[in-house]
Design a protein around this ligand. Structure first.
Ligand SMILES: Nc1ncnc2c1ncn2[C@@H]1O[C@H](COP(=O)(O)OS(=O)(=O)O)[C@@H](OP(=O)(O)O)[C@H]1O
Ligand SMILES: Nc1ncnc2c1ncn2[C@@H]1O[C@H](COP(=O)(O)OP(=O)(O)O)[C@@H](O)[C@H]1O
Length: 207
């Protein structure tokens, strides 16, 4: 299925400014990028994003976290967890990530984003904008994520108190060729952070 989002407004045109993306990168001393963390609830997306943000700040790199729970308390508070609402959640957050990345920020977006098609939509948005995009598969066996159960949500899902919970009675489509693959049930948090930072360095995004 192809993703077509209807644009209601007609007669709208992109307005260019005089300050370029390169100018912004030279002000900040690094490029903008979106790191898209995808994985099961409890796999470690938020924990890794928080640790990467701290490591980047220590290097003088400006980053910003966009996190499923936080975004759903604000701009996406009108969305639930049906496949359709998850798609709209990811579309909006993809566009927000793209704007932040264009501004020069290292964007750390942590969303379950269970559908390949939705993640590919976000990748395409970035490609069309000529912006770097790295999909990070935060990979953890369901049994391990469930045993961590940091918010007690798996317990509720097993008890039938939450319906359509990813991994229990809703799908998670694992990435086929992510730029980074972090096995959080086998790696330490320090190794995961190091993997992310060195891949940004190797791509010339940060020094
Ligand atoms: N039904 C269901 N399925 C999955 N997750 C649920 C559900 N209901 C609530 N939650 C909580 O919402 C967080 C996931 O939000 P996301 O915006 O990342 O989801 S998605 O990308 O649109 O699928 C998720 O956060 P994380 O545990 O950090 O992944 C949960 O805290
Ligand atoms: N190697 C690891 N990497 C990331 N998190 C880990 C790791 N080992 C254990 N954890 C724990 O797993 C839990 C992951 O929760 P969280 O980051 O909220 O996941 P998510 O954002 O994917 O829902 C945290 O309690 C964290 O301390």
């Amino acid at each position: 299925m192809t993703v077509t989002v209807e644009r209601k407004a007609t007669n709208v045109h992109w307005h260019e400014g005089d300050v370029t993306r390169e100018d912004r990168a030279s002000i900040l001393g690094h490029k903008g990028v979106t790191l898209w963390f995808t994985g099961l609830s409890g796999s470690g997306k938020s924990t890794i994003a928080v640790a990467v943000e701290k490591a980047l700040a220590a290097r003088g790199v400006l980053s910003y976290r966009l996190d499923g729970d936080n975004i759903r308390l604000g701009i996406n508070s009108n969305l639930g967890f049906s496949a359709e609402d998850r798609k709209e959640n990811i579309r909006r957050v993809g566009e927000i990530s793209k704007l932040f990345a264009d501004s020069g920020v290292v964007v750390l977006s942590s969303f379950i984003s269970p559908y390949r098609e939705d993640r590919e939509m976000v990748r395409r948005m970035h490609e069309e904008g000529d912006l770097p995009y790295l999909e990070v598969f935060v990979d953890c066996a369901l049994e391990e994520a469930e045993s961590r159960d940091p918010k007690g949500l798996y317990k509720k899902a097993r008890a039938g108190e939450i319906r359509g919970f990813t991994g229990i009675d809703d799908p998670y489509e694992a990435p086929l060729s992510p730029e980074l693959h972090l096995r959080t049930d086998r790696m330490s948090l320090e190794e995961e952070v190091e993997t992310v930072i060195s891949s940004l360095q190797a791509r010339g995004i940060i020094a």
